[in-house]
Write a protein that binds this ligand. Sequence first.
Ligand code: ADP
Length: 164
Amino acid sequence: MTRAIFPASFDPITYGHVDIATRAAGVFDELIVGVYSRPQKNTLFSVEERLDLTQLALAHIPNIRVEPYSNLTVEFAKAYDASVIVRGLRVASDFEWELQLSLMNRTLNTDIETICFMPSQQYTFLSSSMLKDIAKNNGPITELAPADVVKALKIKYNHYNNHR
Ligand code: ADP
């Protein structure tokens, strides 16, 4: 049985992340989606909100579990007895960063492999920050993220726009 983790900040989860998680869940027996609670960048959503939205977005996939984590990714993998780290590759520019991350993680733990999945073409240019930018400016986002995320973004930015 092969267990994998898919670690990210999910601020918030997009259909690009859902695409990668769905593909990985089709390949591995179990996928633990790790919501990183302490990213370098400031997050729009709290860890509880990111966890909730990620759980709601992936609830329809039976072999996926969503868990928070705040330690090193390889430690999170070890804690769940996972041997694979799943990541996504959108465009060529992702490659350099993902290569650096995977080599660093391999230095920290040689038993864990990083495996990258490519999303459907329609999500190639989608990122959480692009989604937030469009939402902030009241642009159309229903094709980019699950309904609960769309709703949560509307609430956040209505508040923001009303107090600007
Ligand atoms: P973090 O910056 O915390 O790692 P991200 O959400 O930016 O979190 O990215 C997490 C992983 O998901 C990365 O491997 C990234 O390439 C991948 N990813 C994000 N958006 C997409 C997308 N639209 N298609 C494919 N992979 C994606």
